[in-house]
Design a protein around this ligand. Structure first.
Ligand code: ADP
Length: 190
């Protein structure tokens, strides 16, 4: 059983690396962004609620996000572990996740931070916008998401470092380069 969090700014490659880890460990990758996008696509109530925040590059309110994550972590496929991508992003979410895991009497094994240069990720996201046309990939919204990450989410890395759970990995380079560094970091303690 392996329980992992992926942290890093928008565009850092968290989702890609979460997928690689999920395959390797045979556990689900859970992306809050993907769950929100699926709900927007399906026109659910949750999707309608989340959509305006996502379009603006703002965080969906904790009350909405937290309940959704609890429901997902209560599913049976998560019993063998999970890779969470894009959650938690606020201190309230960290505390909520602590409660969910405590209720399940389980613990996180490791938090992987992908460290990347902001200008590099903005360039990547602009390229993705051109290729895929995601709604929240225009330049002002991209900058807004980077700013929110720096102010709201980056400080959480310290919280996990203080718990002895953090592995910080250089996120620059090819997908394979980064996957190799993560594998090495997970193999080694600390
Ligand atoms: P990115 O990290 O590249 O912005 P994601 O796909 O992870 O993209 O998330 C897309 C959007 O979904 C975010 O900008 C935000 O509006 C919403 N979202 C995802 N995860 C969370 C979360 N943990 N808390 C609040 N909002 C979230």
């Amino acid at each position: 059983v392996t329980r992992l969090l992926m942290m890093g700014p928008p565009g850092s490659g968290k989702g890609t690396q979460a997928g690689i880890l999920a395959d390797r460990f045979g556990i689900p990758a859970i992306s809050t962004g993907d769950i929100f996008r699926a709900n927007v696509r399906d026109g659910t109530r949750l999707g309608k609620e989340a959509e305006r925040y996502m379009k603006a590059g703002d965080y969906v309110p904790d009350e909405v996000t937290n309940g959704m994550v609890r429901d997902r972590l209560d599913q049976p496929d998560v019993a063998d572990g999970f890779v969470l991508d894009g959650y938690p992003r606020t201190l309230a979410q960290v505390e909520y996740l602590d409660d969910v895991l405590a209720d399940q009497q389980v613990k996180l094994d490791r938090v992987v931070e992908l460290a990347v240069d902001v200008e590099e990720v903005v360039a990547r996201l602009l390229a993705r916008a051109a290729a895929e046309g995601r709604d929240d990939d225009d330049e002002s919204v991209i900058r807004r998401r980077q700013h929110l990450y720096a102010s709201e989410t980056k400080p959480l890395i310290r919280v996990y470092a203080d718990r002895g759970l953090l592995s910080s990995v250089n996120g620059q380079g090819t997908v394979d380069d980064v996957a190799g560094r993560i594998a090495a970091a997970l193999g080694a303690p600390g």
